[in-house]
Design a protein around this ligand. Sequence first.
Ligand SMILES: C[S@@+](CC[C@H](N)C(=O)[O-])C[C@H]1O[C@@H](n2cnc3c(N)ncnc32)[C@H](O)[C@@H]1O
Length: 422
Amino acid sequence: MGQVNALAPNDPSAAGRSDTPDPSPSSPIADLLALRTPEGTALLDELRSYDPSQELAIATRLRRTHPAALVSAALGQARLRQRAVAKFGAEDAYRMFFTPNGVEQATRTSVATHRARRFAQTGAVRAVADLCCGIGGDAIALARAGIRVLAVDRDPLTAEVARANAAVLGLAELIEVRCADVAEIDTAPYDAVFVDPARRGGRGRIFDPEAYSPPLSWATGAALAAPRAALKIAPGIPHEAIPAQAEAEWISDGGDVKEAVLWFGEGFAAGSYRATVLPAGATLWSGAPLPAPPVGPVGRYLYEPDGAVIRAHLVADVVARCEGRLLDETIAYITSDQPYESPYTSGYEITDQLPFNMKKLKALLRERKVGVLTVKKRGSAVEPEELRRRMKLQGPNSATVFLTRVAGAPTMLIGHPLTGPA
Ligand SMILES: C[S@@+](CC[C@H](N)C(=O)[O-])C[C@H]1O[C@@H](n2cnc3c(N)ncnc32)[C@H](O)[C@@H]1O
């Protein structure tokens, strides 16, 4: 297979580099600039629906009429654009440029738009310093919310990609990209700062907030020095690590928790927690924790809270809303006797409750002619795949089984979703 040259990943040692990009003929920046010429643009358009399994044949054909380096760069970029569709949607992704790290670390449009809206809704944020802009995921959403952005990244290639993205999306008037270390930036002229530290190093994902680049303590200092601020952090951050001055928000999209954000300044409620569920845009907020919810027997319905609700420690709020109870004080499954519809939960009707017993479950599924089984678990060590294999499923029906504990006892609950797929 021909050598395919995706724009090189960020260099973690890039701190303090000069602002002048290196456009030497073999550099990734030169590749990016070549891709922005009419010839490069046409090649990328041609590769829009490119099938990676045909890469060798495509590369051979294109090299007959285009320089080999341009073909390599275009194939690498086409592959990154395909990966980026999930975050940015096809319309933007096929116009934008990416690096492998840049697409990996970028905020998806849905989340970036939600955050930009919150800044805009304060009515006081017209200019934001986006410290650690990457390829521009957040800067683009901020600009589209009508906010002027200074977008800063210390990696020259990444900054150049952000600049290209602002241009191709028609946002260059609103986004100024600067290649610099964030520590050099005077944020005083801005209404707000946004910091999205790099959470990946040479050895993969970084869990210690002080090992982020820049560290969370630096980002918090920058946030407190500004009138308003938002810091993007990993959703798994321990609550003890959240600064007292911050409102913490966990955001899920399509049922998966994507990130957490710490908000600072006027318009945000310090010390409070929020769960936001996209694409619905519903947001659950609590100023103070409720007392522990009641625990009781399995009712007709079971509600599984969205991951953002669980991370934000707002399960008790949902229990109160649906007038329900927990199945077990340590497990985030809610039960109630009445139907309850909410963006914060997935609801199921429970038809059977069994003590944990594989043989009994197998007999029951056979009797019900269940061929498709969704396995959900909390508080059980059983592997869903292993369980499905042992059930030897057959039949036209589907069901959901919950492996959990009810008042401490390992239990299986069988049911079906109230809406949507099993
Ligand atoms: C998580 S990414 C930002 C992603 C961005 N918010 C987006 O949506 O595309 C973090 C970026 O921070 C940059 N970075 C890390 N430390 C930096 C520093 N001290 N100064 C400037 N940029 C830095 C990295 O080069 C990387 O591109």
